[in-house]
Design a protein around this ligand. Structure first.
Ligand code: NDP
Ligand code: GDP
Length: 344
């Protein structure tokens, strides 16, 4: 076994991010580059480069390695060649409705993928610090409100169940093998880089398309759901903050404020000078087989121990997303999801 990696004055800290092409991976890469960390990312093979739109602006400053959460040999090989000080495991099948349609694939990526990453760390070098992207969807049918690190889990989707597995296997490797492994139990966080199928981005893009005359009506599912929504740029700050503490632990990251889909619609359409009631339909076909009705997190431990606090308020977040989509669609016309023209 080779020597464990240590950051020195001459050798900068190296971080490996799985899911670097996703929303959080791209913001985390921005943050780590700004502090001088050498950033490596895992990407899976694609037939075109359009999936790299979120990291296009930093493409020449990061190193990408081809691997897949399904293929443990590829993961071991990347960890062995990069020898990172830190791994941020953000890759997952992250969309709840897809987890109902493809529950087994979701478990392979979002649950067993975590064990594959942890095994790569255990086999290559146990001194590598490991961050796992846990989710408020683990609380599901909430037992108490707000939800903290001590709240019992009751997931309501194959995604939530897979995240509970990923969370508990990370805790287990910490306890069983002494890995420096942390879980950030993150509540929903959004941005102009959010994938278009999540409700905030679906609404901001819908508003922009309606405003520019490219869409007549927006169809949503359950309008009664409530979430604790924050800004992704704020949330990624908590990841290195928890991973670099002496003692590895788990932290809830949330704003502590809960808003409804109707609040989201009012602010988003209002930003474009529109009344949402005139443009939105609710279709029961878009409702989920089991729903998470409301989530609100208690991040007081993160505030106390990490000094972490969110900076962007919900209204600011929604307006930022609507403005970005209004500009993008106004400038470029309607583009297919995942093309390079998105900003954020
Ligand atoms: P995204 O869906 O935007 O990104 C997911 C990333 O995982 C993409 O880079 C994707 O690559 C990659 N990926 C998926 N499958 C594989 C695979 N088999 N092998 C390698 N890479 C793969 O998610 P977010 O950035 O929003 O979230 C980051 C993490 O945080 C996820 O684990 C998510 O479940 C979790 N989380 C997110 C929350 C949120 O509100 N955003 C809340 C709580 C937890 P590709 O580009 O090729 O598809
Ligand atoms: P999630 O919390 O990770 O599932 O994030 P989403 O943004 O996908 O969903 C948040 C909430 O919005 C859930 O309770 C959904 O049921 C609700 N919702 C209502 N209409 C829609 C819709 O059209 N698309 C999505 N994605 N969610 C919707």
């Amino acid at each position: 076994m080779a020597e464990p990696p240590t950051a020195t004055a001459t050798a900068p800290r190296r971080a490996l991010i799985t899911g670097i092409t996703g929303q959080d991976g791209s913001y985390l890469a921005d943050l780590l580059l700004a502090e001088g960390t050498e950033v490596h990312g895992i990407v899976r093979r694609r037939s075109s480069a359009s999936g790299l739109w979120r990291i296009r602006h930093i493409r020449d400053r990061i190193k990408l390695h081809e691997a897949d959460l399904l293929d443990i040999l590829s993961l071991i090989s990347v960890v062995e060649s990069v020898r990172p000080h830190e791994i941020y495991n953000l890759a997952a099948q992250s969309f709840v409705p897809t987890s109902f349609a493809q529950p087994i694939l979701t478990a392979e990526f979002t649950a067993l993928g975590v064990t594959r990453m942890l095994e790569a760390v255990r086999l290559v070098d146990r001194s590598i610090a490991f961050y796992q992207a846990s989710s408020s969807e683990m609380f599901g049918l909430v037992r108490e409100s707000p939800q903290s690190e001590a709240t019992p889990f009751h997931p309501r989707s194959p995604y939530g169940v897979a995240k509970v597995y990923g969370h508990m296997i990370t805790v287990n490797y910490r306890e069983a093998y002494g890995l420096h492994a942390c879980c950030g139990i993150m509540f929903n966080h959004e941005s102009p880089r959010r994938s278009a199928e999540f409700v905030t981005r679906k609404v901001s893009e819908g508003v922009a398309r309606i405003k520019h005359g490219k869409l007549e009506r927006l169809t949503l599912g359950n309008l009664d759901a409530r979430r604790d929504w924050g800004y992704a740029g704020d949330y990624v700050r908590a990841m290195p903050a928890m991973l670099r503490r002496e003692k590895a632990d788990d932290y809830v990251i949330a704003t502590g404020k809960c808003h409804s889909i109707r609040d989201l619609l009012r602010i988003a359409f209002g930003r474009a000078g529109l009344e949402w009631e005139r443009f939105v339909d609710a279709d029961p076909a878009l409702e989920r087989p089991a729903e998470v009705d409301h989530l609100r997190g208690d991040a007081s431990k993160a505030k106390r121990e990490l000094g972490w606090e969110p900076e962007v308020e919900f209204e600011q977040l929604v307006e930022m997303m609507v403005d970005a989509d209004l500009e993008r669609i106004g400038l470029k016309g309607e583009s297919a999801p995942g093309t390079d023209v998105r900003n954020g």
